[in-house]
Design a protein around this ligand. Sequence first.
Ligand SMILES: [Zn+2]
Length: 333
Amino acid sequence: MLTPCRNFSLMHPRDRLVEIMQRIYDYSMTTTSGGNLSLLDSDGDMWITPAGIDKGTLVPEDMVCVTKDGNIIGRHKPSSEYPFHQTIYQRNNHVKAILHAHPPALAAFSVIRQIPNTLVIPQAADVCGKVGIAKYATPGTQELADNITESLNDGYDIVLLENHGIVAIGPDLLTAFQRFETLDFCARIIIRAGLLHNSIYEAHPEICAITTAQPPNIMAYGITDTELDTKTLPENYILLRSIPLLKYGIEFTDGVASIVSKQTPVVIFQNDAILATGSSILKAFDRLEVAERAAQTVLYSLSLGKIVPLNSEQVGDLERKFPVNCGVFIIKE
Ligand SMILES: [Zn+2]
């Protein structure tokens, strides 16, 4: 049974901090000792996670309140990164919540000092907002606080900290968490796509380009566990051959490299994406485009009547006249 929806904003600040830190820890996006969260309540007092307490077992009573007069209330000391939380609030009136962590994927981007591209999945750029980068400084220092706030002056919603991690801000804690979680998801996709593509390139020297995408008609097949029949139009079968529908999760393994081949240049991952290969980026893109049109054609056909696919004799004729390793693109009209 689903838990009834709660109004997160009406929860006590201590409970909000515990809930979000629990999610971050349970998602392996921070360690026992790493990461910290804070928010400003309606009185202007700051609630922040404590220093030196196991992040996996935090309870509401562990949270620390730093009043706007500077009094510290609670049974623990505030987080060691308290200086940058305080400085951000002092210099940015619109910020009401701050999240800091070192999830492995985003930490990897911080080490190479590159911002993950948020255009890899739909809506991510809107959710994340503007993403910037702040110069390295020793953790817990005012210099780090100054570097982060200097970067925030450019209007960023998330700042990657060089060789350290990430700081996400927001008008509330849920917004800051959504920005952080979405950017981390983009970072993991980029890293996994790189590993997947590399394993295919190593296994198939003839493949020089790979494209993955989530076009709407193809994804209708990807999310309904239905194989796309490519034996409808000659061009579809010549370029695509049969497209296997692979179980979700295999795209995160090396298994895809042994499935993709000249005979199987395109695959669909359940609930994820289509992957198309080619001897050039134009040829890979052509296969992607043809696959999407093939899916659209079948969906249109189903709304009109019963589909009549090419029979085995007609398919065999196509295979003889257009072997997959011939210049199939030359025959396109
Ligand atoms: Zn840190």
